[in-house]
Structure formats: structure tokens, C-alpha cells
Design a protein around this ligand. Sequence first.
Ligand SMILES: Nc1nc2c(ncn2[C@@H]2O[C@H](COP(=O)(O)OP(=O)(O)OP(=O)(O)O)[C@@H](O)[C@H]2O)c(=O)[nH]1
Ligand SMILES: [Mg+2]
Length: 216
Amino acid sequence: MSDQDSLTYTKTRFVKSAAKLSQCPLEIVREVAFAGRSNAGKSSALNCLTGNKKLARTSKTPGRTQLINYFQVGDDPLALVDLPGYGFAKVPLAVKEAWQKELDNYLTNRQALVGLVLLMDIRNPLKDFDQHMIRWADRSAMPVHILLTKADKLSRGPAQTALLAVKKALKDISTQVTIQTFSSLKGDGLDTLRKQLDQWLLPPLDATDSDDQQPG
Ligand SMILES: Nc1nc2c(ncn2[C@@H]2O[C@H](COP(=O)(O)OP(=O)(O)OP(=O)(O)O)[C@@H](O)[C@H]2O)c(=O)[nH]1
Ligand SMILES: [Mg+2]
């Protein structure tokens, strides 16, 4: 197991894509999921964090990530998870609903999940999907780390104003919520993100972790 103070995120590799909870890898005992509306920048953030532009597929066409994609960090049973983006308009409603159901099932029942990184475009935060996720996390006592993405699209003043506004809007949430600005393009905010992921993923893995098996 890791006895380091920080994980080496550049040592991250693709493990598998799961279409539903029952396909999620059992060997992973602890994971952090990246969630957010389609086009929020989830795959870009993962690529930036791992220094591998080809790790997660990014696209100018929203809705490209349709599966629960697993990326293992180093040799420990730890993973980063790229979730399908929500809200892609061109996907038929029935498909959207099916995905929402799978996402809810994953969030509710995945034992390995220890934290959620919620990505929101800094110019357009706290949309319905984001609020839904935050409310779910609050009810489930799941810690959330919010990335206000594409911060390079705003200058420093407006970016800080947006950060403060989101902090204020979430001040009554009782689950652990941390918020930062982030730019995959510039790499701004990477250290803060790494520290949060380390906090969630690094504590020693004990026997109780691996005893928890998810239901099929
Ligand atoms: N300027 C800027 N553009 C970004 C940044 N992050 C992502 N983008 C762009 O936003 C678009 C969507 O990024 P993705 O990383 O594919 O978004 P996603 O959340 O994975 O989208 P889905 O897979 O559809 O859910 C791409 O064109 C990216 O190049 C950023 O920090 N700055
Ligand atoms: Mg994606």
C-alpha cells in the first residue's frame, strides 16, 4: 500500500468502461468520481491531472462520455472515475432517463466511492443537475469538491466573484463541500485538486474497505 504523502497521478491508466454498477471493477476499493453536466470539462480535468492528453476522451461534441470510465492510480486499488455527462440535448429522452437511473444506482450503491468532484463551468454554475447532485451528496453525507472549470475564460476579478457566489449559495450544505477555480487549459488549480484527491484516496486501506462488496 502507499506510504507516500501524495499519489503520483501521472501514473494513472485506463482500466475499463462500465455501462452499469454491476460492471464496475471489484478490485478497486476506493475511488473518486468526476461528475458534471456534459461539456463541463470532466475528461479534460482528468487529462490535465494525469498529464496525459489521451487518457480520457474529450470532445467538442457534448455527450461523448457515455460510460463509467475507470482509471487506476498507480499500483494501489485506487481509481478516478469519469462519469457520463448529464444534459446532452441531442440524446433521446429515454436514453437520458436510462442513464440517470444508472448514475443514481452507481452513486447510491457503489461502496468504493469516497468523494465526488463536481465540475461546473464557471460561467454557468449551479444548474439543475448540479443542484440535484449537491442535494444527493448532502443527504448521503458524501463529500464534494467543486471545480469551477474553464476559469481561463474569465479574468481574475470575475472568477473570484463567481467563486464567492457559489460558496455563498452552498453555505447551508452540511456535507463537506470545498470549492475552487480550475483551468485544464492553463493547469491552474491543479495543486489544490491533487491535495483534495490525496486526502480522499491516501488514508491507509484497512480490512473493512475490502470487506465491503457492492450488491450486484
Ligand atoms: N478554455 C477551456 N476549455 C476547456 C477547459 N476544459 C475543457 N474545455 C473544453 O470544453 C470542451 C468539453 O470538455 P470535456 O473535457 O470533453 O468535457 P466533459 O465534461 O468530459 O464532457 P462530456 O464527456 O460530454 O460529459 C472541450 O472542447 C474542451 O477543450 C478549460 O479549462 N478551459
Ligand atoms: Mg467526457
